[in-house]
Design a protein around this ligand. Structure first.
Ligand code: ADP
Ligand code: MG
Length: 295
């Protein structure tokens, strides 16, 4: 369920039922879905990974924004994602505030789903048991959760009959990443955090996964943060691309990029698309002569 802070239809007084952020939203401008206010993270060893990072992502109604994040290795991309997720040791920040839905992040939650580059799955569970895992944690009865899991197995392009009973070691990289996506999205997160999820896939599989992700994102209308080393991928998937500097990471540029309204293998060879990619690459080279985001 999306909670967009809309006011209740009945005129009953707003008391403890409505959390303060939602109450504020009904009175004034909508509450951003994610906000960083001068966020700094210095790790225990004294190393500052990100410094004074600020941005605001609105909860676009019936859409959700797709944010892609580009930057050299070690610039703090995973730190940013894991701060939103509430995962230690990146969380908590050592300075500034990370707000989700107007409130400071306190811990991980099902409203934020994460997909990593390494195919996270339980090796001793079948595909359907992996996909159903989050629902199992919520106490959903077995029959109902496996039914939902098979639906998600189909939605991510796997075969509910042939693939549901397989174990992760029997799957290709692309299939494993489909399972990881299904495992996360079955919980209907409002925010999807993806950390180089397609980085280990071959180019053809990668484009197929990009198309799948766009399709799922359109249906879920969630806000996506997607970290990648590929400028093409960032331009194709994103509504906006954030370019991060090398550590301590700061946002150097926010660029609006064309929406993915055609299949990846078509759009990514069009001159207009390549023009955007090249200009972004030039911009990154000018901003960071020594460390390039696409490397
Ligand atoms: N737990 C930690 N302790 C100390 N330094 C860390 C820790 N985690 C990450 N770092 C450092 O912080 C910087 C940013 O890390 P990270 O966010 O993982 O970068 P990216 O995802 O952009 O490659 C890196 O230089 C990394 O070595
Ligand atoms: Mg990383």
């Amino acid at each position: 369920m999306r909670s967009d802070g809309a006011p209740p239809s009945d005129p009953a007084p707003r008391s403890a039922v409505i959390p303060p952020a939602a109450a504020a939203a009904s009175a004034g401008p909508p509450v951003p879905i994610v906000q960083f206010d001068r966020v700094t993270k210095t790790y225990d060893d004294g190393f500052t990974a990100i410094k004074d990072v600020s941005f605001t992502i609105e909860d676009l109604p019936n859409k959700g924004e797709f944010i892609t994040i580009l930057g050299p290795s070690g610039c703090g991309k995973s730190t940013i994602l894991r701060l939103i997720a509430g995962l230690r040791p990146q969380f908590p920040p050592t300075g500034g505030a990370v707000l989700v839905g107007g409130r400071p992040v306190e811990r991980p939650g099902a409203d934020r789903g994460m997909v990593f580059q390494d195919y996270t799955a339980f090796e001793n569970r079948t595909v359907e048991e992996n996909v159903a895992f989050g629902l199992e944690c919520r106490g959903m009865p077995r029959k109902a959760r496996l039914e939902r899991a098979r639906d998600w197995i189909r939605r991510v392009g796997l075969d509910p009959v042939r693939d549901a009973g397989k174990y992760p070691f029997q799957l290709s990289g692309g299939m494993r990443q489909r399972v990881a996506i299904a495992r996360s999205l079955i919980l209907d997160p409002r925010i999807i955090l993806m950390d180089e999820p397609f980085g280990a896939l071959d180019p053809t599989t990668r484009m197929r996964m990009q198309d799948l992700l766009v399709e799922l994102w359109r249906a879920l209308q969630a806000t996506v943060f997607f970290v990648t080393h590929s400028i093409e991928e960032a331009v194709y998937l994103g509504d906006r691309t954030f370019v991060i500097s090398s550590a301590p990471g700061t946002i150097l540029k926010e660029v609006k990029v064309p929406p993915p309204d055609r299949p990846a293998h078509v759009m990514q060879r069009e001159p207009a698309f390549l023009e955007v990619v090249f200009s972004l690459r030039d911009m990154i080279e000018r901003l960071e002569p020594s460390t390039r985001a696409g490397d």
